[in-house]
Design a protein around this ligand. Sequence first.
Ligand SMILES: Nc1ncnc2c1ncn2[C@@H]1O[C@H](COP(=O)(O)OP(=O)(O)OP(=O)(O)O)[C@@H](O)[C@H]1O
Length: 166
Amino acid sequence: MDSKDKKEKVAKTDEMDKTEKIDETEKAVRVDKIEEPKKMENRGKNKHFITSLEFAFKGIQTVFEEERNMRKHVLLGGLAMLAGVILGLDRLEWLWIFLAVFLVWIVEIINTVFENVVDMCTECHYNAIGKKIKDMAAGAVLLTSIFAVIVGLIIFLPKILEFLGA
Ligand SMILES: Nc1ncnc2c1ncn2[C@@H]1O[C@H](COP(=O)(O)OP(=O)(O)OP(=O)(O)O)[C@@H](O)[C@H]1O
């Protein structure tokens, strides 16, 4: 092989090396593009179940500590359950009481979430849409509370009247 052939061969090999390197880089980029969203997804999912529970309880605790209305709802719900034990509710009555009590608690938490989101977005400045959102969320709490009062009256009133009459 003369020196010209040698040069041509070296040039060809260099060219092939370059192409291979480019291929590898492209492959790595492509793999990264596929892997990255997976990594992002897994970062959340890998959280241990107990840790997720801790966050959830922390959320409930925060609402309880920061919202006076939530403390009222918890007190009233607890009293309804105590009354249920004293008056000896049957299975179906317990189901209605649990539904009403938990619904009020859940909607109050959702209301607090909306209040916090509005405060975060508006930085506590007046905003017409923020007002609408907060008023609607408060309306949801009001409706749920009315539902709970109706359930309480239907279940407890006859029992209380009977108890007083006896
Ligand atoms: N950023 C805002 N822009 C416009 N109106 C607002 C804004 N923040 C609050 N409001 C008005 O004030 C009302 C009371 O809001 P606030 O955040 O004090 O909740 P709240 O009704 O006191 O509830 P809670 O007592 O559960 O905290 C809202 O329903 C809304 O009408």
